[in-house]
Ligand binder design. Structure first.
Ligand SMILES: Nc1ncnc2c1ncn2[C@@H]1O[C@H](COP(=O)(O)OP(=O)(O)OP(=O)(O)O)[C@@H](O)[C@H]1O
Length: 297
């Protein structure tokens, strides 16, 4: 029998997980995510984000390796236990294929989730201006996104897997969505993993950023540390061999001034000082720039 009151150190644990895809192999992925944080999964189109989510939901089987969620590997016994504790917003809901109304779909979903919070469901439905009488076939893309999030939240899961949850939402709905994800996190023990292309979302919400590039995870980075450590430095003239100064990942020499990109601002700063180089200005990098330098583009 599978207990639901177990304790586990990691909400998600992947060991050497691989899955051959069309253009590359996803993995080997090694990942341990502690509960209590928001993790943003960032990567270009086709880098494997949705496939990773689908693997976490056991909708795609890994070719090798081990996937554990909330302390369990998928087995026929464990699957319903795991699934009842995860809220999943897939990239595509495809509800336009289903005849029926929101209310009818809700009746089906509610049945599967013992933790279903009817009060929260009704509150969120009203907040997102969705009505139970609406026909699923008639829902816009944005309405489908909102409804998927309502369902995921009303299940009161401990882990939310959100695959581009706000793609196509209008600014007001986007703001409500951010608020609801923050509210979900309020008790401090829940976890969100969120794939997104919206950097503002990462900046506002994420505790950690995971970069995925052509199936490889470049790491799980604390967002604040990442933004503090990666800097752009302008100097009058970069010294010879500036490329080898601790932290420096890129040097651009210009006619008037040179620009250094560092992943360890403090170390680079003191190394430049030692060489008698004055830093004119130091600026932050955006997450997309950091990602581009990480992959060498
Ligand atoms: N089950 C599968 N078997 C083989 N290849 C697959 C499978 N599912 C997806 N792929 C391929 O894997 C690659 C990654 O797709 P995926 O949808 O995971 O990327 P993504 O990072 O979510 O992209 P986007 O940002 O565009 O949503 C694509 O080339 C896709 O065609």
């Amino acid at each position: 029998m599978i207990m639901t009151t177990d304790t586990h150190d990691f909400v998600i644990e992947l060991k050497d997980v691989t899955k051959p895809l069309e253009r590359f192999t996803l993995g080997p992925l090694n990942l341990t995510l502690e509960p209590g944080y928001i993790y943003a999964l960032v990567g270009p189109n086709g880098s494997g984000k949705s496939t990773l989510f689908r693997m976490l939901m056991n909708l795609v089987k890994p070719a090798s390796g081990e996937v554990q969620l909330i302390g369990h590997s998928y087995s026929p016994d464990a699957e319903p236990v795991i699934k009842r504790r995860i809220g999943y917003v897939p990239e595509l809901t495809e509800w336009e294929e289903i005849a029926g109304t929101i209310g009818e779909l809700t009746a089906f979903i509610r049945y599967w989730y013992p933790g279903w919070n009817e009060g929260l469901y009704r509150e969120l439905l009203a907040k997102f201006q969705l009505d139970e009488g609406l026909k699923l076939k008639k829902l816009s893309k944005g309405m489908q996104r909102k409804l998927a999030l309502v369902y995921a939240l009303a299940q009161e899961p401990e882990l939310l897997l959100l695959d581009e949850p706000t793609a196509g939402l209008d600014p007001l709905a986007w703001r409500d969505c951010m608020k609801e994800i923050s509210r979900f996190m309020a008790d401090g023990r829940r976890t969100v993993v969120m794939a997104t292309h919206i950097l503002e979302e990462v900046r506002r919400m994420a505790d950690y950023v995971m970069f995925l590039y052509e199936g490889r995870l470049l790491g799980t980075f604390e967002k604040d540390t990442l933004l503090e450590e990666w800097k752009s430095l302008w100097v009058d003239r970069a010294p010879e061999g500036a490329e080898r100064i601790p932290g420096v990942v890129h040097v651009e020499r210009g006619p008037v001034a040179d620009r250094l990109i560092t992943r360890q601002a403090a170390q680079t700063e003191s190394a430049l000082k030692e060489r008698g180089v004055t830093i004119r200005t130091m600026g932050a990098l955006e997450l997309d720039e950091i990602f581009a330098y990480m992959i060498g583009k």
